[in-house]
Design a protein around this ligand. Structure first.
Ligand SMILES: NC(=O)c1ccc[n+]([C@@H]2O[C@H](COP(=O)([O-])OP(=O)(O)OC[C@H]3O[C@@H](n4cnc5c(N)ncnc54)[C@H](OP(=O)(O)O)[C@@H]3O)[C@@H](O)[C@H]2O)c1
Length: 189
């Protein structure tokens, strides 16, 4: 029996990197996974790789019409969402001291969701060896990052996927409002 048997998961930005590793793991644990990303080619590759119980919906997570289309597809095909991993997210930069109460509540007010039995947790990855890393950093930069990690090696996408599985499954049923940092201990130094 899988940890996510019969669950419906939606992962934005799930065509590459750690969210793709998460999509693979969620399907292996019994979920049907919808992934959204902008490049159709990468979505097609992900669907081929995972092979079953995976639906790709092309779109931009920053575009409300695309998000509506994603939601409509999930609703039409599966009825509802059990797990949402908003991976393709960007923070809204705001200067410390100028953050408004409204902005804070918008991000952190979980009791809006309490009655709907929705838990909200944040998975914060440290440096993880994904294709994006290869694109952005040369060997010297990667070595500099790794020198800050106690084990001396970046995380792998599958090491983030297992943490995401914990947060997505009933294993974390009493975990709510948590920021879980998976960075090999870098921030603890
Ligand atoms: N790797 C790290 O060390 C690290 C550390 C801390 C935080 N993060 C953050 O964690 C997230 C995933 O990182 P990763 O390294 O796994 O990235 P990645 O390999 O580049 O994957 C990013 C995924 O998001 C999709 N995406 C990007 N912008 C999107 C948008 N506007 N709408 C929908 N999909 C979008 C990409 O596909 P398309 O380009 O086709 O849309 C791709 O599927 C990113 O937000 C990154 O900033 C990464």
């Amino acid at each position: 029996m899988g940890k996510l048997d019969g669950k419906v998961a939606v992962i934005t930005g799930g065509s590459t990197g750690m969210a793709l590793a998460g999509a693979q793991l969620f399907v292996a644990e019994g979920a049907h996974v919808f992934i959204q990303a902008r490049r159709q080619g990468a979505l097609d590759d992900a669907v081929r790789l995972i092979g079953r119980n995976i639906t790709a919906v092309q779109g931009d997570a920053a575009d409300l019409d695309d998000l509506d289309r994603l939601y409509d597809t999930v609703k039409r095909e599966k009825g509802s969402i059990d797990i949402l991993w908003a991976n393709a997210g960007m923070g809204e930069p705001a200067v410390l001291g100028e953050i408004t109460e409204e902005q804070f509540h918008h991000a952190f007010w979980l009791n809006e969701l309490r009655d709907r039995k929705i838990r909200v947790n944040v998975l914060t990855p440290g440096q993880v060896a994904t294709a994006k890393q290869e694109e952005l950093f040369d060997e010297a930069a990667k070595a500099a990052f790794e020198s800050l990690i106690p084990r001396g090696k970046m995380g792998r996408p599958d090491e983030i996927a297992t943490v995401a599985l914990f947060l997505a499954s009933d294993d974390s049923s009493y975990v709510n409002g948590l920021e879980l940092v998976a960075d090999g201990g870098t921030t603890a130094l």
